[in-house]
Design a protein around this ligand. Structure first.
Ligand SMILES: C[S@@+](CC[C@H](N)C(=O)[O-])C[C@H]1O[C@@H](n2cnc3c(N)ncnc32)[C@H](O)[C@@H]1O
Length: 296
């Protein structure tokens, strides 16, 4: 049983809470989210979906843990809402409309007939993995990848934090490139593998459940001409040296999961590792960065 904990705060408080929660719950694989409620009134919601064991009513109340990690004061009002396992996810997925990003349309099996023959289709059943294409970070990565491969097709690619494998499938279909899709969450990797098969790209996309830069498969295939990672700003900054070690000279790197206020820090961490900024795309509160490893 999952419980959604949420609070309404200012944008700067939400950004800082989001980063702290993301880092704290990274190992747990607990999703965190930030949503604009009213930009003019500077009202934003920050939320985390935390496990409560089998029974949310009886399970541990993690309100104070959420408050402390998010850095919210004693007066901040924190909501708590129990979510029945998976039922809500299935209901959300059934309602999802196809999303168009760059040259791609990401859709569920229920919308297969609505996709035009000229469109580059990615069929996704996200299950419990992130990546239906509806989030600004996924849309930003899809659009950026479309732009990059139109100019320069990579010969090898890594999708770090693949979730539903939406980005790996996009790369395989658009650029016909071999992609290693890796994630720290075994549930995500199982979903990713199913989506890779459903999209007929098993020959190009290898899914790797060992997760992250430490995995044997990731090291075996390195260096990569293109790395895409839609994770959070905190982990991206911490992993900047590993990106350098796993990237070819002049490799393209696409980063997302970054709030607008965090972009400068991410760019600085990658600049220190010899990456230059090429382009930034903004979708709502989220930015997607295109960086390139300098030749020298
Ligand atoms: C926001 S989802 C992105 C999913 C998909 N790539 C997309 O763009 O829609 C982030 C994914 O990264 C994974 N992740 C987080 N930190 C990671 C790390 N250090 N190494 C590998 N995967 C990571 C999470 O488990 C999650 O599935």
């Amino acid at each position: 049983m999952q419980v959604r904990y949420f609070a309404t705060v200012s944008r700067s408080e939400a950004e800082s809470a989001y980063s702290r929660l993301g880092v704290a719950f990274e190992d747990e694989g607990a999703p965190v989210a930030i949503t604009e409620i009213d930009e003019a009134a500077d009202r934003w919601e920050v939320a985390a979906y935390l496990d409560a064991g089998d029974d949310a009513e009886e399970g541990a109340d993690r309100t104070e843990e959420f408050r402390n990690i998010a850095g919210l004061g004693p007066d901040a009002e924190i909501g708590r809402e129990a979510l029945p396992d998976q039922d809500w996810m299935a209901a959300v997925l059934a309602e999802l409309k196809p999303v168009r990003a760059g040259r791609f349309v990401v859709h569920g099996a229920h919308d297969r007939e609505k996709i035009g023959a000229h469109e580059l289709s990615i069929e996704i059943e996200a299950g419990l993995a992130f990546g239906t294409g509806h989030h600004g970070t996924t849309a930003g990565c899809l659009t950026m990848l479309g732009r990059i491969v139109r100019l320069r097709k990579p010969s090898s690619a890594l999708d770090l934090g693949t979730g539903s494998a939406v980005l790996a499938i996009a790369l395989a279909k658009l650029a016909r490139v071999d992609v290693l899709a890796t994630d720290v969450d075994p549930v995500a990797v199982a979903v990713a593998a199913a989506n890779v098969r459903a999209n007929g790209v098993s020959a190009r996309v290898e899914t790797d459940r060992a997760g992250g830069f430490a995995s044997t498969a990731v090291r075996r295939r390195a260096p990569y001409e293109l790395i895409v990672a839609n994770i959070l700003a905190g982990p991206l900054i911490a992993l900047a040296p590993a990106f350098r070690r796993h990237a070819t000279r002049r490799a393209d790197v696409v980063l997302s999961g970054i709030l607008t206020g965090q972009a400068a820090a991410v760019r600085a961490a990658f600049r220190a590792q010899g990456f230059v900024h090429v382009e930034t795309l903004t979708f709502g509160a989220w930015v997607t960065l295109h960086l390139r490893r300098a030749a020298a």
